[in-house]
Design a protein around this ligand. Structure first.
Ligand code: DGL
Length: 274
């Protein structure tokens, strides 16, 4: 039986925070990462464009052989996942699977909040989609959520500007705005896979009483659980522990930044989307 790698997709570098946790949890599988760095950020783009870009990238990962693709991007999960699952997969190949990051994040929430008041920091697209409140309503009637869109954060991170004092202005502003909307918030969801890269600063402005919840580990746990329940998918995932990196931008730049984010030297290849 032919086996192939698991595909991990993000608009840019953010999905690396998910990939890292997935590889720690499931180190034996092979992975292919694709960052659409040429068109990032997705967060402020329309539904139609995020869907179009995401589908194109999913098809590019399918062309690399992947049968299972994780949208390691909340914006793509919020705006494109359902249409891809319901409309595109039956047409492209009903045996392939695409999974997102929002559902597993919300599933973990019930155990995390004591006050039942949670906050969401995410891109404008994810906030406007209403996907988090909708998922929370399905699972937890007693949890109240307030959201704050942080449109400056992904560009800061993609451009490696997150470690200077200018970045603090925006991080502080958005975190304070969120906590002002509901002072009873005891848990903040980082609803964008880029944000764990600035978690120290978010923690600093949120204060000690608020837990900052980044989704990498729960997504990795949920994938492990999914593969256990779906042996027909798991047995078609190749094992070798390798990871190939693709970017729609120049590969040199991706290698340099991704090596900093992952703290290991990586090689990347440019991918031309069709
Ligand atoms: N990492 C994506 C997310 O989780 C980011 C988005 C962007 O490109 O704006 O939402």
């Amino acid at each position: 039986m032919e086996t192939t790698p698991v595909g991990i997709f993000d608009s840019g570098y953010g999905g690396l925070t998910i990939l890292e946790k997935i590889r720690a949890r499931l180190p034996y599988y092979d992975y292919v990462y694709l960052g659409d760095n040429a068109r990032t950020p997705y967060g402020s783009r329309s539904f139609a464009l995020v869907y179009q870009y995401t589908l194109q990238c999913v098809e590019a990962l399918f062309a690399q052989g992947c049968r299972l693709v994780i949208l390691a991007c909340n914006t793509a999960s919020a705006k494109a996942l359902r249409t891809i699952q319901q409309r595109d997969l039956p047409r492209i190949d009903p045996h392939r699977r695409v999974l997102g990051v929002i559902r597993p994040t919300v599933e973990a929430l019930g155990q995390l909040t004591q006050s039942r008041h949670v906050g969401l920091l995410a891109t404008s697209g994810t906030v406007q989609s209403g996907s988090y409140p909708a998922e929370i309503r399905k699972l937890f009637h007693d949890i109240k959520i307030e959201a704050e869109a942080c449109p400056m954060w992904v560009p800061m991170i993609e451009n490696n500007e997150f470690d200077n004092a200018g970045a603090d202005f925006f991080i502080r502003k958005n975190v304070e705005n969120l906590l002002n909307k509901d002072p009873e918030i005891d848990t903040i969801i980082l609803g964008c896979t880029h944000y764990p890269l600035i978690i120290k600063k978010i923690e600093k402005y949120a204060g000690k009483k608020v837990k900052i919840f980044s989704q990498g580990e729960v997504v990795a746990h949920s994938l492990a659980d999914y593969l256990q329940r779906h042996s027909e998918i798991a047995e078609r995932c190749s094992t070798g522990g390798s990871c190939r990196y693709f970017t729609t931008e120049a590969s040199e730049q991706f290698c340099c930044r991704a090596s900093i984010f992952l703290n290991e030297k990586i090689e990347a290849e440019h991918l031309e989307l069709k």
